[in-house]
Write a protein of this length. Structure first.
Length: 232
């Protein structure tokens, strides 16, 4: 608990400082504690310390942990890993935010299941800015070309965009990826009505969340840095 408290405090202070450096003067971004590799007692410590947003990669683990922590008030769950079309239902049922919509077919499926369950699903579209083959996400030009499709959704709330930076030490490359996501969002806005302004930018992980905040992130997804010094 003490180690996690220190790690969390350090991350929060770094986030605060990055907000001050950012030219966007955003509110403090939402910290999503990524728990895909976390032991249950680490998650309990995070809850105890006030974390209320948790991110999981695997739909099944998200569903199980949501049930496990059902008695904690105001918890928000985030599906951040790749989602297969045949795994949509439990995630929609869970009410989680879905950050990893990477195709129009997947989005259509989520609309369909959400309609069936009479739910409205909050989600983000994942964009593959860096163009790396092993990364999922829309190609920026495909997204921009067809972004008006989101106007016809009645059971999905598209709240913004998500991306992952490449695994590199080169800060300029990372910064450019985050910057391009923001610019892409601004371009999309011009094609969208006032109620679809894509306010959320989910970008930044343990190694690059400060750069992401400087470039306008509203949500950061941090895992390993929370658990530094712990062994499972
Ligand atoms: C695992 C993961 C994270 C967190 O990564 P860390 O480097 O451990 O902070 C963030 N986003 C996605 C999509 C992930 O899969």
């Amino acid at each position: 608990m003490e180690i996690i408290r220190r790690n969390l405090l350090d991350i929060q202070q770094r986030m605060q400082a990055a907000v001050v450096r950012s030219e966007f003067r955003i509110n403090i971004p939402k910290l999503i504690a990524v728990t895909k590799y976390a032991e249950p007692e680490w998650i309990e410590a995070l809850v105890e310390l006030g974390c209320r947003n948790f991110g999981e990669s695997r739909p099944q683990q998200l569903a199980q942990r949501k049930v496990w922590l059902a008695e904690v008030k105001d918890l928000n769950w985030h599906q951040i890993g790749h989602l297969q079309r045949n795994k949509v239902r439990p995630v929609v049922e869970s009410g989680a935010w879905i950050h990893s919509i990477d195709s129009w077919r997947l989005l259509d499926r989520i609309e369909e299941i959400s309609a069936e369950l009479q739910l409205t699903t909050p989600l983000l579209l994942q964009i593959n800015i860096s163009g790396e083959e092993q990364k999922s996400g829309f190609a920026p030009e495909d997204f921009l070309e067809e972004v008006e499709r989101i106007k016809s959704l009645n059971h999905c709330r598209v709240l913004g965009l998500m991306t992952m930076a490449p695994d590199t030490e080169d800060e300029n490359i990372i910064r450019n990826v985050f910057r391009e996501l923001r610019i892409l969002r601004d371009q999309a806005r011009q094609k969208l009505p006032a109620e679809l302004q894509l306010p959320e930018l989910s970008m930044g992980m343990s190694g690059d969340f400060e750069i992401a905040i400087e470039e306008g992130a509203t949500m950061v997804r941090v895992g390993s840095k929370l658990y530094r010094g712990l062994t499972s």
